[in-house]
Design a protein around this ligand. Sequence first.
Ligand SMILES: Cc1ncc(COP(=O)(O)O)c(C=O)c1O
Length: 380
Amino acid sequence: MPTKGKLKSPERFIRPMVRKLDGYVPGEQPQSKNIIKLNTNENPISPSPKVLRAIQKAADSRLRLYPNPTAKPLRSALAQLHCCQPENIIIGNGSDELLALATRCFVEPKSSGTKTSKEIARQTIQYFTPSYSLYPILADIHGARKNEFKLSQNYKLPNKTSLIKGKWNYQAALTYITTPNAPSGAGYKTKDLAKICKDQNGIIILDEAYIDFAEETALGLTKRFSNVIISRTFSKSYSLCSQRIGYFIAHSKLIAALDRIRDSYNTNELGQTAALATLTDLKYYQRQFKRIIKARSQTSKNLTAIGFDVIPSQTNFIFAKPKGLSAKDLFIKLRKQKIITRWFDTKDCRDWLRITIGTERDMEKFILSTKSIVKKHSQR
Ligand SMILES: Cc1ncc(COP(=O)(O)O)c(C=O)c1O
């Protein structure tokens, strides 16, 4: 230990870039009970009984062993499901881990000697705003350049003319597209995504975290274009946030490159077991998707009826602009009634509230509370 008086701040050991970094802010995970939690897009329904049994069975003395380093059984089962080979799949500790791995694999960090537009493109990560708020943070952590393209008010996918006008970089090393979009919930057509993928001379990650609640998947684009990666997760539709299992599907050469820089034991054995068991009971989950989609449509109708602006959603959440009071006020007032939604304090999002679809009862309570808050506010 240094002697008193000679203490110097340990801050000086931290890279300046890391000192300045704003980390990702996850949604609140309250510990108290009796809360209606509509803030982090978790599935309100339990994993299938088969999954719970599989985890319980696997929780024994084998916990002392390292997990399967390549998650081979899970990759094989997923390959069968998606009509591809295990070599087309990599498993991550949540899809977040793989999104980060992609920055290290495909993007050069910024360097002072950069001159040409080709060099700039090699250092560029691009994405739409608003979309998943982790992307800019991953770019900052990697020291990459960011090219943000602002979506128009209805959050639709821009056409080529708008992209060119908005300085979309068709040479960017890495492009993330959240499809369906988050936080708006807007869905994108595969034929429109295909047009961007075809013209893009760099990797495109189609982040399909919410695809099970959408009308169509762009999975087929991985067979048409060698620069396309599909990102999926077991967190949302398969009720497995806690187990941290996500995966990429892509050309085997891209997967092999990502695999080279992956930690050997990046996913744990119970997570792999839970995901494998999930795939044996897909019918259970398909029933839950229908329930959530029905509750989504009912909630959207109810909010529209009281004058809220609601973006048509293809996800397990809705993005709504309240009428009569600000989104922030509604967020605070709902919170006082133990209903937690998500409000993002950014220029693009602060007029809107993101509401995860909970159980039918949760949504009834949410609507009742919202109506009474709006009514009280209008009487003031
Ligand atoms: C668009 C999007 N992609 C990826 C993720 C990360 O999911 P995972 O739990 O697999 O890391 C999220 C989580 O909120 C998300 O909203």
